[in-house]
Ligand binder design. Structure first.
Ligand SMILES: Nc1nc2c(c(=O)[nH]1)N[C@H]1C(S)=C(S)[C@@H](COP(=O)(O)O)O[C@H]1N2
Ligand SMILES: [Mo]
Length: 269
């Protein structure tokens, strides 16, 4: 048997139930005894010096370090020492990880493996998808990085173009850009670049690189600086860029100069 093998496991009973596929299911999960012996399982009745809030498992919950949240059973009322992993549906039929070849057409509970350690993962929290950002060649990114199973995040990379740079992100280009974050942990685990490269049925612990699209408006570009100044004088914000621009794009004088430089307005026939 995988995940906990045949050895002693601890089975946690939560006081809640849920329904799935027309069945009523008790919330019961288990962790291998090894996890307890390593002091990586605790029982919690307080959080931040106060009684555990109801939503987080009052009066008593389990907290399992380095495992997915599921194993940290809330509203705990019973613990049993059992042989092997729990046969309860939450442990046996939920939170299974499948290879990409397995899907709706062929998935069985026995062909998945039970997720315990979560994979290394990370996300950009700000800016957010489709933000339109006025900056001076640097965009500040904030986010989080994590790894499971007692590993810690060691390196976080951010990319605007496939290269790697740090979190104060030098950014010259303007227009729509894609930012992408990738973390490495101390065991050199890293994240799949694309969601499709590690797709799994049920979509659990999807840890591929998080990507956001942003619209870059770089004030270090002279044309952009001039436009921002003109908009400021007219008291019109640049964002959202989807709103029509209510000022003339250039003076007639500027237009004549620029088209003259180019040898005329349109291509000569
Ligand atoms: N009894 C019980 N415990 C539970 C759950 C639940 O539905 N019932 N959900 C689990 C899942 S999937 C997660 S992610 C965590 C969430 O804990 P939190 O509410 O403190 O964030 O609780 C876990 N423990
Ligand atoms: Mo969860």
């Amino acid at each position: 048997m995988r995940n906990g093998g045949e050895g002693i496991n601890l089975e946690f009973y939560g006081a809640d139930i849920y329904s799935k596929k027309s069945q009523i299911i008790d919330y019961v999960v288990s962790v291998p005894g090894r996890k307890v012996r390593l002091n990586e399982v605790l029982l919690a009745w307080e959080m931040n010096g106060r009684a555990l809030p109801k939503i987080h498992g009052y009066p008593l919950r389990v907290v399992v370090f380095g495992y997915i949240g599921t194993r940290s059973c809330k509203w705990l009322y019973k613990i049993e020492a059992i042989q092997g992993a729990s046969m309860a549906p939450v442990q046996r039929k939920e939170y299974l990880h499948y290879t990409p070849q397995i899907g709706k057409q062929n998935a069985t509970y026995s062909s998945g493996f039970s997720i315990q350690d979560p994979p290394v993962s990370s996300a950009i929290m700000t800016p957010i998808y489709k933000d339109q950002i006025v900056h001076d060649s640097t965009i500040t990114l904030k986010g989080w990085a994590y790894s499971g199973g007692g590993h810690w995040h060691e390196r976080v990379e951010v990319s605007a173009d496939g290269g790697t740079v740090c979190i104060e992100m030098p950014c010259d280009p303007e227009g729509w850009l894609e930012f992408c974050v990738r973390c490495w942990d101390n065991a050199l685990n890293t994240q799949p670049i694309y969601v499709r490269s590690a797709w799994n049925w049920d979509f659990h612990v999807t840890s591929s690189c998080h990507r956001i699209k942003i619209y870059s408006i770089n004030r270090s570009e002279p044309a952009t600086a001039a436009r921002l100044k003109a908009l400021e004088a007219a008291n019109i914000p640049i964002v959202p860029t989807t709103h029509p621009l209510e000022i003339d794009l250039e003076s007639d004088d500027h237009w004549y100069k620029e088209t003259a430089k180019r040898g005329g307005r349109d291509p000569v026939e």
